[in-house]
Design a binder for this molecule. Structure first.
Ligand SMILES: [Zn+2]
Length: 378
């Protein structure tokens, strides 16, 4: 279905309503793995707007299935509900100078609202996808950080074999993701003898050992092919200024756009941890998150989907979206060989900061991008 003048009129007459929905939703806290409040709100909202069969699954995804049938091939459209900040109280929001400011207002609430706008249209008009096709519209959980793509994994686990295409609305419309950056994230804890800083001077310190470990990880020679990065994002440990630390820990990750590089980095990490053990340090390394790289995706199908999404952004926002590899919900379908694209429906900035903002005017193009990409299946 193309965006006709009638559909344009439908969107134009309801933009105010959806701006209000964005302001309401953006205030509802939704830390990764605790998206209950947003999920409940969205489920009620969809039902009130005529969507049938809406449910919340075991991963806190809100799922609106359209014409699934028993065997229909499926297209999935999702936008995530979770926000990077741990707030459990109402998130602060302010409007100023044509912008809306709130943590998570763009990433991913603006995209979520665009998805819900199209969902309302589909429900109100009683649209059915083409013969043999079903559509899943999903407000998904767990995209950010240690959410570990929980929502996308659940959808692919429940429906994977039937999914032909997967679109995630995430980020700004000037950038689009059509390949996956895989990653592994670890919580590494070191334990050493410790003791009194004066009386036991010379005993092994977990803090010092952690510093040594970080330096040895820094000195790892990165694989030459593709792009590979690492980060030690958080460190903590020790007890007091006059105590030789008995315990210290860090959060460490590496990323790559190639699966074989993840394996190489894993080997080198294990070598560095073994060197710690050889110095008599106790090492605990727990995998805290894992995002897969792409594997066996049909290149023609991927190109078609990418071009369709790029065309929609070009037509409505007048920009050529820059294609890049990133770590998004699309990692999961891409790792299963399902063509997938992550694209955005707004312009803004400050993602993952408390000063995040959305350009209110840009939402007009954004709603039309979402309608264009989703209604193509009807
Ligand atoms: Zn996001």
């Amino acid at each position: 279905m193309k965006i006709t003048a009638e559909i344009e009129g439908y969107i134009a007459s309801r933009e105010g309503e959806f701006l209000e929905l964005l302001k309401t939703l953006a205030k509802i806290p939704a830390p990764s793995n605790h998206e209950e409040k947003r999920a409940a709100f969205i489920k009620d909202w969809l039902r009130k707007n005529g969507a049938q069969g809406v449910y919340i699954d075991g991963a806190l995804n809100v799922v609106y299935p359209v014409n699934l049938g028993a065997e229909n091939r499926l297209r999935v459209f999702m936008a995530h509900t979770d926000v990077v900040f741990p707030d459990t109280e109402e998130l602060p929001l302010r409007v100023s100078g044509g912008k809306i400011f709130a943590p998570g207002v763009g990433d991913d609430t603006a995209n979520l609202v665009a998805l819900l706008f199209a969902a309302k249209f589909i429900a109100e008009k009683g649209l059915t996808p083409a013969e043999g096709r079903g559509v899943l519209l999903v407000a998904n959980s767990g995209e950010e950080g240690l959410g570990n793509l929980r929502g996308a994994r659940k959808i692919c686990g429940d429906f994977g074999g039937r999914i032909d295409e997967f679109v995630s609305f995430d980020g700004v419309y000037s950038h689009m993701t059509c390949s996956a950056v895989g990653s592994r994230r670890f919580k590494i804890t070191l334990r050493a003898e410790g003791g009194h800083s004066w009386g036991n001077f010379g005993n092994k310190s977990a803090v010092l050992e952690l510093a040594e470990l970080i330096v040895s990880l820094r000195d790892i020679k990165l694989p030459r092919k593709g792009k590979t990065t690492w980060n030690c994002g958080v460190i903590s440990g020790g007890a007091s200024v006059n105590t030789i630390a008995q315990s210290a820990e860090m959060l460490y990750e590496f990323r790559s756009d190639r699966g074989e590089n993840l394996l190489l980095m894993q080997e080198r990490l294990e070598d560095a941890l073994d060197a710690c053990r050889d110095r008599g340090v106790r090492v605990d390394c727990v995998l805290a998150g894992e995002r897969p790289c792409a594997s066996g995706v049909d290149s023609l199908g991927q190109r078609r989907l990418t071009e369709r999404c790029r065309g929609a952004v070009r037509d409505w926002a007048g920009v050529d979206a820059q294609l890049e590899a990133a770590s998004t919900d699309s990692n999961v379908p891409l790792s299963l060989g399902i063509p997938a694209v992550t694209l955005g429906c707004y312009a803004g900035g400050g993602a993952h900061t408390r000063e995040e903002w959305v350009d209110t005017e840009s939402l007009k193009a954004g709603y039309r991008i979402a309608f264009d990409v989703i209604l193509d299946s009807f």
